[in-house]
Design a protein around this ligand. Structure first.
Ligand code: FEO
Ligand code: CA
Ligand code: CA
Ligand code: CA
Length: 634
């Protein structure tokens, strides 16, 4: 996207987190125009839906399968050289310096930013890929979790973060990586980043290395992301609490104690053991460091010299990622959730409107605005509750003397305000034609069981011991993403269609593919919701997969399995090229649960170690991915 592209053009494409940058095709029946609240009829060559592939059966194979008529190409693997001078991948001689120039581990979010205008948009682009976490047992021979070496920790810090990679489609319609391109760069766990917004510089954020509380080293746990209307990327730090260890050595009356408990910090050795090597990951020595993670990070994908910013106004939330859209008055609305059992769904509205072409104005937008958390009433109505210091219970007596404290402890503020405790909110996406908001609740086996106040069954989280997850459909009142009232309904209750407590949008369940644990989602040009799963092997023994589900019309709820993954993996980051003819998707943590000496997967190269990778999938006849006959080449 060029930075001067006009607002209406962005809106008309129904800005969503996955495909904010799609081309001019408007392929749907109804185009949602948020700035007027009107719905406008747009002629279309075919109806909404249009899916035409035969669903796959569940798989336990150590290879990725895609629906007939499509081919998957492994485009980017962990360790592939990206930057100029990057060495070839050698897993047994890996170094932090090499890793910082190579594709990172555990690819998650995939975004596609066109580098050509018009017809070339889908032929040449910049891929933005998050690297959520590392699996040292699959990275290092004989890894000892009780004694990680400095080199092992440094390699993991370099393997996290974000990759920006120039890619193009060659004359044979195969995607290629521009190895060594000056456009390729990495953000890692060591990249200098500025704190910004209400909490930046707060005393709780200060550390011995940074008494200003303004400059932090790196970003971690980047799960999903979105592309903002002004072209920057907003990447979310999700399970940041898992990187900090040792005991919480604070006085009993220090309110930070409650924060550490509520955010689930381990109060013992961490899973990754970074604190055994670096004091900054020790809660007892540097509690301030932990307050500098858990935010959405704004990065300019085209300008590594612009220091990325952690946007504290959006709250410290273990968020999968956000989705950006516009309000009727031109502000930016971001939707996101906290991916923990019994946590909440959030929305942030910028105070000021986005100004096309005004980069300095737009780059400050996410520092000012209102943070909200969602309350889902049992009658199908809902409201967004403002998390504003001084309002309601968010006062000094409750530990909220100002907005900085609200932001750093947003989850507790949301609960105090009465936000609904949900079944692990993962991805949130917006329908490109209707403006409806879809929320994946991945699962919550403890729902209704553990006596937690607010953890009882409610209409929005209706299943006890919810192991298969569900999807909620939310409609803002008046179609305004800037409003504070909405209606909601259940779209899917996932799981085995033979089980009476499942629901697939009202579609006959005998025809749907079994789907469980919805996680990452993306809309295609036709308004079909593509849902990637995380956790099916635990329930059914077969591998996580990717499904396509129409949300409107006669096939609403008709879930079809399009792709199946490999042992130990989940599928992440589905993202369509602007013309819909390529689907990029990540295969994250293949072989997880195994070790280098006992690999559970040898994907993608039939070799050890398995390598998290990004696939590029195309229909063999060039039509849009997943579409049936008669929908080719729009
Ligand atoms: Fe990184 Fe919410 O999964
Ligand atoms: Ca996820
Ligand atoms: Ca997940
Ligand atoms: Ca995950």
């Amino acid at each position: 996207m060029s930075h001067s592209e006009d607002f209406a053009a962005i809106l008309s494409r129904g800005l969503t987190r996955r495909d904010a940058l799609r081309g001019g095709f408007l392929g749907g029946l109804v185009l949602f125009l948020p700035w007027t609240g009107n719905k406008q009829q747009i002629p279309t060559p075919h109806g909404t839906g249009g899916l035409g592939f035969e669903p796959l059966a569940p798989s336990r194979e150590d290879r990725v399968l895609v629906a007939r008529g499509h081919a998957a190409q492994v485009l980017l693997r962990w360790g592939d050289p990206l930057l100029p001078g990057a060495p070839a991948f050698d897993p047994r001689r890996q170094s932090a310096a090499a890793q910082a120039m190579q594709f990172g581990y555990n690819c998650d979010y995939v975004g596609y930013i066109p580098l050509q205008p018009g017809g070339g948009a889908s032929q040449h682009g910049l891929l933005v890929v998050n690297h959520e976490y590392t699996i040292p047992e699959l990275m290092f021979e004989g890894y000892d979790s009780s004694r990680p070496t400095r080199e092992q920790v440094d390699i993991q810090l370099a393997a996290q973060g974000i990759s920006f990679v120039e890619v193009y489609s060659d004359v044979d319609d195969r995607w290629q990586v521009s190895r060594g391109s000056p456009r390729n760069w990495r953000v890692t766990g060591l990249t200098p980043i500025l704190m910004s917004g209400p909490a930046a510089g707060h005393p709780w954020m200060r550390t011995s290395a940074d008494p200003s509380g303004m400059r932090v080293q790196g970003t971690l746990a980047n799960c999903s992301a979105c592309v903002l209307p002004w072209g920057n990327v907003l990447s979310s730090e999700e399970n940041f609490h898992l990187y900090f260890g040792e005991s919480i050595d604070l006085p009993r009356n220090d309110s930070r104690r409650a924060h550490f408990m509520r955010y689930g910090f381990p109060d013992q050795a961490s899973q990754y053991g970074f604190e055994k090597v670096y004091d900054r990951f020790r809660i007892d020595r540097e509690p301030g460091e932990a307050y500098r993670f858990g935010y959405a990070v704004e990065v300019d994908p085209h300008d590594p010299s612009w220091t990325p910013r952690k946007r504290t106004a959006l709250g410290r939330i273990r968020s999968e990622g956000s989705t950006a859209t516009a309000t009727v008055t031109g502000q930016v609305a971001l939707y996101y959730g906290d991916d923990i059992m019994f946590e909440h769904v959030y929305k942030f509205i910028t105070r000021h409107a986005w100004r096309p072409g005004d980069r300095s104005h737009n780059r400050g937008l996410l520092d000012q605005g209102t943070l909200y958390a969602a309350r889902f009433h049992d009658d199908g109505r809902g409201e967004w509750l403002p998390l504003v210091a001084g309002q309601g219970p968010l006062v000094a007596a409750n530990g909220f003397p100002g907005q900085a404290e609200v932001c750093m402890n947003a989850v507790r503020a949301a609960t105090l305000m009465g936000a609904t405790r949900m079944d692990r909110p993962e991805d949130i996406v917006i329908h490109p034609h209707t403006g409806k908001v879809y929320i994946a609740l991945t699962k919550n086996p403890k729902r209704g069981e553990d006596g937690l106040p607010g953890g009882e069954l409610n209409a929005a989280n209706p299943r006890p011991a919810n192991k298969a997850g569900h999807v909620i459909e939310l409609e803002e009142d008046g179609g305004d993403h800037g409003g504070t009232r909405f209606r909601w309904r259940i779209f899917l209750l996932c799981g085995d269609p033979d089980d009476p407590d499942t629901y697939y949008g009202g579609f006959p369940k005998s025809r749907v593919s079994r789907m469980a644990c919805p996680d990452n989602m993306a809309f295609d040009l036709d308004g079909n919701l593509w849902i990637a799963t995380d956790g099916q092997s635990e329930l059914y023994g077969d591998h996580d997969a990717l499904y396509a589900v129409p949300t409107e019309g006669a096939e609403r709820g008709f879930a079809r399995r399009f792709l199946t993954g490999v042992p130990g993996c989940e599928i992440t980051g589905p993202c369509f090229s602007p013309d819909g003819t390529t689907l990029f998707v990540s295969v994250q943590h293949p072989g997880e649960g195994g070790t280098l000496s006992d690999p559970h997967s040898r994907w993608p190269d039939g070799d050890n170690p398995p390598r998290p990778s990004v696939l590029a999938i195309r229909a063999t006849d060039g039509r849009r991915v997943g579409m049936g006959a008669g929908t080719a080449r729009d």
